[in-house]
Structure formats: structure tokens, C-alpha cells
Design a protein around this ligand. Structure first.
Ligand code: NAD
Length: 389
């Protein structure tokens, strides 16, 4: 338990159905007069979608804008370099990201290379940024990564196929929007994978070596909200109450891992995402029960807490038995919402496991995992995730 910590919070988050209407006014308040909107072409073209609604509000506030619409999932260095070019060509004075984690991380990465030097790969690590980013507003459309309020910027180096993270308080967007109405049309499969990312981001900080009492409360409430709402959001995407609870869970998990960090699930998932360009939430979800079963012996009582937060009845069970129940409940949630059991589903190949294990142990998220693994043990965990049926 960490008793001596900095606690990083989003500066301002506007939350609730319909809040997107306010974005023009909020952009004025942070002195954006000529914005670069960073998004993808699917969201840009969506009728009455998040980009259209953002643009309508900007127009009402007389704010000019240009658009970079080529954000890729698992955003690449090429994305932020291209977005920087559009920003400079149009003399922009701020960035508005519209989308999920990929749009927000592209926006953060673009801001980083505008003010901290051209080569972002040299800035991987913790608190490597000397200069403030341009004003950044994040309009979030998935629940989700929490990137709209975190200090993390996750980018893939397309040359090495390695995902790396720039972690700095300077990355936290000045203003973020979480409007659950923007998420009502997220397809079931994407709701499931992004929702599981939220879930993992509440589990890993709860057992992290860097946890604290504040993040503990955030994690337990986030887990409860996911249990109450994720299955329903997948089954019935238009249920605003379920969508709202998932956004609340996403924000709580984001704040928790912003401060207590993550663990081997993320360290290993980043290798899968970089190597196979696979959806981040799916990578995390498949690995979750396997990695957490490995972690149990580091703090079985914490896993027993997780079982209770997930609504399991642990009366009459030993702590160890209750901890096992938590892992079973994680697998059940994956199965219920259609997450595959094996990383074969994302194209993983056993011949890559040695290198991925080596890189996972160097990933910034590895250091807060509660149980220390050898490279051979990480290879074995990948193998288990491959063999799972
Ligand atoms: P995403 O941003 O990659 O989006 C996935 C797809 O969903 C895109 O094709 C997009 O067009 C679509 N989409 C987004 N919103 C939609 C909506 N409202 N309706 C319909 N379709 C919609 O997915 P993500 O899971 O949000 O982000 C994943 C990325 O975030 C990964 O690169 C991951 O590593 C990163 N990440 C970042 C942080 C952080 O703190 N910076 C934390 C976790 C993960």
C-alpha cells in the first residue's frame, strides 16, 4: 500500500447525457480559436455522430477548425506525424480529439511532438516531457480506456511493432467530455471489448504494488458498476442507464490506474497489440483470468475482495477459495459477452512468445504487478492464453 503519493486527476470532465453541446463554449474558455479535430473517418461520417455534434457546437461559438481523420486503432507514429503537419499547415492553436483511446492518444502524441521534439520514441517512459502540450480537449466515445483523463499516451512504433507509453502529468487533457448518449450506437462487440478494458483497469490497480486507499475505493466501485451494467450494455446498447454506468466505471478505473498503475495484463497485452495490431480490450480480457490466477498468491485477500465486488457469495469459503471465485467470475464475464478464450483468435504465434515476454518485462506496466515473474513464466502465461479453450 502506497502512503506517500501524488494524485493526478482530470482538470475538468463534463459528464452526462447531452453535455457535448457545451464544447464550443468550453473551447473558448481554454483559448482555442482554431482547433485541429483529431478523429477517424468512420466517426467523421456518422450522421449526427460525435464529430458532427462537436462541429455544430464549435460553429455556434465561432471557433474555426481543421480535421485530421486518419486515426488508426493502436495509433502509430505515422499518425501523429501526419496530424502535426495538418496542425502546422492550418496554424491551429489547440487540439480536440473525438473518439476512443486511439483518437485521444493520437492527440496527446501530436501535442507532444509539437512542443517536446520530433522523435516521440525517445520520450517513452515516465515524466520525460519538459514542455506543456497545446490546449487539449478530449471528447470520449468509448467506455473504454480512460485516456480522456489519463497521463498516458500509448503509441505503436510501426517499424519495431512495439507499443510504448509516454507517461506524464502534462498529457492529461485540459477538458474532457463523457456524454453517454454518444455511445448508444457502439456495436455490441466493441462495447464488450472496450468494457472489458475498463474492467481490467479497475482490477489491476486494486492488486498493484502502487495502490493507495483512494484508488482502492475507485476500483471497487468501478467493478461493481461494470458488474451491474456491462452485460446489459452489450445486450441492449440503447440502454442509457447501462451506458451511463459504464462511463462512470471507465472514469473511476482511469483515475485509479492513473495513480496506482497497472500490471502484467497490460504489459503483456501491449505486446499482442503491437505485434498483431489486435484490439486492446480483447488482448487485455483474454489475459485477465490467466494472469490474475498467477497473481493470487501475492495477495489472496485482495482477490477475495474482488470476488465480493463482483457480487460473488463467499460465505463459508477460505480466503484462497474466495480468491479462486474471483478468477472464475472474471472468466464468466468474458464468456457471457463473447470474448474469445484463446489468443489464437487474434493471430498470436508461439514462436513470438520469447521476444514478447522479454519486452513485456520491460513495459512500464510490469513494475507494479504484485507478483514478480521470470521471462520463462511470462512465456508460459502466453502459452496458457494460446492453449485455452
Ligand atoms: P479505439 O479508439 O481504437 O476505437 C476502436 C473503433 O471504435 C474505431 O474503429 C472507432 O471508429 C470506433 N468507435 C469509437 N467510438 C465509437 C462510437 N461511439 N460508435 C461507434 N464506433 C465507435 O478503441 P479504444 O478501445 O477506445 O482505444 C484503444 C487504444 O487506446 C489502444 O491503442 C490502447 O492501447 C489505448 N489505451 C490508452 C490508454 C491511455 O490511458 N492513454 C489506456 C488504455 C488503452
Amino acid at each position: 500500500m502506497n502512503k506517500n503519493f501524488d494524485f493526478i486527476m482530470p482538470s475538468v470532465n463534463f459528464f452526462g447525457a447531452g453535455v457535448i453541446e457545451k464544447i464550443g463554449k468550453r473551447a473558448q474558455m481554454v483559448n482555442i480559436h482554431n482547433a485541429l479535430i483529431i478523429t477517424d473517418s468512420f466517426l467523421e461520417k456518422m450522421p449526427d455522430g460525435p464529430v458532427e455534434q462537436t462541429i455544430n457546437s464549435l460553429k455556434q461559438a465561432n471557433i474555426n477548425f481543421s480535421i485530421y481523420n486518419e486515426v488508426e486503432p493502436n495509433p502509430k507514429v505515422r499518425n501523429i506525424e501526419a496530424a502535426k503537419k495538418v496542425y502546422l499547415e492550418n496554424d491551429c492553436d489547440g487540439i480536440i480529439t473525438v473518439g476512443g483511446g486511439s483518437a485521444h492518444d493520437t492527440g496527446k502524441g501530436t501535442g507532444i511532438i509539437l512542443t517536446n521534439g520530433d522523435d516521440i520514441t525517445k520520450l517513452a517512459g515516465i515524466e520525460t516531457l519538459d514542455n506543456a502540450l497545446p490546449p487539449l480537449i478530449a471528447v470520449n466515445t468509448t467506455a473504454g480506456t480512460g485516456s480522456e483523463l489519463t497521463r498516458h499516451c500509448v503509441i505503436t512504433n510501426e517499424k519495431t511493432k512495439l507499443k510504448f507509453v509516454v507517461v506524464s502529468w502534462r498529457n492529461v487533457p485540459l477538458v474532457s467530455f463523457n456524454d453517454p448518449e454518444l455511445m448508444l450506437n457502439v456495436p455490441a462487440k466493441l462495447t464488450a471489448s472496450t468494457g472489458l478494458d475498463t474492467f481490467v483497469q479497475a482490477i489491476e490497480p486494486y492488486v498493484s504494488v502502487n495502490r493507495n486507499d483512494i484508488t482502492d475505493g475507485q476500483c471497487l466501485q468501478a467493478i461493481k458498476l461494470v458488474e451491474e451494467s456491462l452485460r446489459e450494455a452489450v445486450a441492449n446498447g440503447h440502454n442509457l442507464e447501462a451506458r451511463t454506468k459504464m462511463v462512470e466505471a471507465e472514469m473511476l478505473g482511469g483515475m485509479a490506474f492513473n495513480n496506482a498503475d497497472l500490471g502484467y495484463v497490460h504489459a503483456m497485452a501491449h505486446q499482442l497489440g503491437g505485434q498483431y495490431d489486435a484490439p486492446h480490450g480483447v488482448c487485455c480480457a483474454i489475459l485477465l483470468p490467466i494472469v490474475e490466477r498467477f497473481n493470487i498468491i501475492a495477495s489472496p485477500e485482495r482477490f477475495a475482495d474482488l470476488a465480493v465486488a463482483m457480487g460473488e457469495n463467499i460465505d463459508g469459503l477460505s480466503i484462497r477459495e474466495a480468491a479462486d471465485k474471483a478468477i472464475d467470475a472474471m472468466q464468466q464475464l468474458n464468456d457471457d459477452i463473447g470474448i474469445p478464450r484463446s489468443i489464437k483468435a487474434i493471430g498470436a504465434k508461439p514462436e513470438d512468445f520469447e521476444l514478447m515476454a522479454e519486452n513485456a518485462l520491460k513495459d512500464g506496466n510490469a513494475f507494479s504487478n504484485p507478483r514478480k515473474a521470470t521471462k520463462a513464466e511470462i512465456v508460459e502465461l502466453y502459452q496458457q492464453a494460446y492453449d485455452a479453450e
